[in-house]
Ligand binder design. Structure first.
Ligand code: SAM
Ligand code: DTB
Ligand code: SF4
Length: 320
């Protein structure tokens, strides 16, 4: 049974369980709620890159930081559809469309996105969008177009948030998640580790996610990819054990959620990734690019999955 009344103390106790015991417990829960031989393969398409007015300190797409990201206009419909087709031909069963926007505006651009959501959904895959803040009527229009999920990350704890982002409030993020949920679109929300947060902040993030009723359908856990030019460019990588603890804790407190091993997978060894899957991660982004950063390509991931005995989770599968 899923609980939405976890206390921070309970979550911290889980997070601090001796490592091998934690992995064992999380793996046991994972097997109870999911087909543990399946992982979801998602593909990201950056439909509008860079030039973002926000100040998220980790993000290469914020216009105010001098990064090597070139700002582009919203991609044309045919271009988006052909990228989606390629991803699907490579096995992706979920396509995630990302735009470097502060928020959605009712416009011809939004209409274009609604149209592609409809067309990609008709190709038989789950479509997820991440377009920034959203109001209820926009969420309803996305739902009507067939959108499966909307990604909007809390990123970190309420307390640490203002050290990372000042151009919008934590509350704004929660309001968007509420609008998404109200429209009947699945919520995808998670965060980042390695930004200089404390263990308390990680617990705080997990607490906010696990307090939602229902829990988010999917929870991306990103490792910070430090990008030259951003304020977090010098951050040192966190120990892999922190990522494993984060995944295992998320799995234990949100047993039905898809836990996505997201940014930062490139450069992680197969052994490290195997431990993440054992600890309950059951989703990845595959394909040579995330939004702007490199990522393992489809061939590499296919080989990894073969080695681990993992199959691709079909689109729209329902958990037990
Ligand atoms: N603009 C929209 C928004 O902020 O919701 C959507 C795109 S935004 C790039 C999506 C998420 O990517 C962020 O919330 C953050 O968690 C993640 N992200 C961005 N840059 C990252 C980085 N350098 N390392 C890890 N995760 C990152
Ligand atoms: C999420 O949590 N991670 C993805 C997706 N949701 C949109 C994005 C990761 C972006 C990593 C940095 C980049 O490629 O620019
Ligand atoms: Fe903009 Fe999203 Fe990047 Fe923040 S994370 S700067 S809102 S693209």
């Amino acid at each position: 049974m899923s609980r939405c009344d976890w206390t921070k103390e309970e979550i911290k106790n889980i997070y601090q369980t001796p490592l091998l015991e934690l992995i064992y417990q999380a793996a046991s829960i994972h097997r109870k709620y999911h087909a543990a031989d399946q992982i979801q393969v998602c593909s990201l398409i950056s439909i509008k890159t860079g030039g973002c007015p926000e100040d998220c300190k980790y993000c290469p797409q914020a216009a105010r930081y001098q990064t090597n990201v070139e700002a582009t206009a919203l991609m044309r419909e045919e271009e988006i559809l052909s990228s989606a087709k390629k991803a699907i031909a490579n096995g992706a069963t979920r396509v995630c469309l990302g735009a470097a926007w502060r928020s959605v505006r009712d416009s011809a651009q939004f209409d274009r996105i609604l149209e592609v959501v409809k067309e990609i959904t008709e190709m038989g895959v789950e479509v997820c969008c991440t377009l920034g803040m959203l109001n209820e009527s926009q969420a309803e229009r996305l739902k009507a177009a067939g959108l499966h999920a909307y990604n909007h990350n809390l990123d970190t704890s309420k307390e640490f948030y203002s050290s990372i982002i000042t151009s919008r409030r934590y509350e704004d993020r929660l309001n968007t998640l509420d609008a998404v949920e109200k429209a009947g679109v699945h919520v995808c929300s998670g965060g980042i580790i390695g930004m200089g947060e404390s263990v308390e902040d990680r617990i705080g993030l997990l607490y906010m996610l696990a307090s939602r009723n229902p829990h988010p359908e999917s929870v991306p856990i990103n490792l910070l990819v430090p990008v030259p030019g951003t304020p977090l460019e010098e951050k040192k990588p966190v120990p892999i054990w922190d990522l494993i603890r984060m995944i295992a804790t998320a799995r234990m407190i949100m047993p039905k959620a898809m836990i996505r091993l997201s940014a930062g997978r490139l450069g992680r060894s197969l052994e490290e990734q195997a431990l993440c899957f054992l600890a309950g991660a059951n989703s990845i982004f595959s394909g040579e690019k995330l939004l702007t950063r490199p990522n393992p390509d489809f061939d590499e991931d296919r080989e990894m999955m073969h080695l681990f005995g993992l199959k691709i989770r079909p689109a729209f599968a329902v958990n037990s």
